[in-house]
Design a protein around this ligand. Structure first.
Ligand code: SF4
Ligand code: SF4
Length: 150
């Protein structure tokens, strides 16, 4: 009888992961790159289908990841030391799931071995976004979506 090998995401906390391990946790869903609205009275967030201008709508990856902070002032850098503040991330996000002690789902590329499964499972935002330069400020609320839980 053999036991299944434990992978780094099973055995390490986010703080203990190497840079490459940390980066590989991102499933490429693109969900965190959608604009969000915050209710200032309740502090609740609402996801919209409006994508950051740097999001590649086909791959659902940032088109300039190395320079994203310089180019987009609202881009939020994830840090393992902020894991208690991941409540704005979708519940499918691997960083949030690991921080909450959950497993990765079958469609995560680290489990499936296939970067397409995040799209096949309709977790990614592929085909479901609009470009930010096509939406005016008074239209933002019309773009609130309900297909992302967080
Ligand atoms: S929501 Fe999480 S897993 Fe998805 S793209 Fe953003 S950081 Fe990566
Ligand atoms: S700049 Fe930030 S929010 Fe925009 S696509 Fe890149 S990673 Fe996502």
């Amino acid at each position: 009888m053999t036991s299944e090998a434990q992978e780094f995401w099973d055995t390490k906390s986010l703080n203990e992961m190497s840079h490459d391990e940390w980066e590989s946790l991102c499933d490429g869903c693109g969900r965190c790159c959608l604009h969000k609205l915050e209710d200032i009275d309740t502090g609740l967030y609402f996801y919209t289908d409006i994508a950051c201008r740097l999001l590649d709508s086909e791959t659902c990856r940032c088109s300039n990841y190395p320079q994203r902070i310089l180019l987009v002032k609202d881009c939020l850098l994830l840090s393992p030391t902020d894991s208690d503040q991941y409540n704005w991330l979708p519940i499918t996000c691997a960083y949030r799931r690991i921080a909450e002690g959950k497993d990765l789902d079958w469609w995560h590329p680290l489990i499936s071995g296939n970067k397409e499964t995040v799209h096949e499972a309709c977790i990614s935002v592929r085909g479901r976004t609009v470009k930010e330069n096509t939406v005016s400020a008074d239209q933002l609320e019309d773009h609130i979506i309900s297909w992302i839980d967080f």
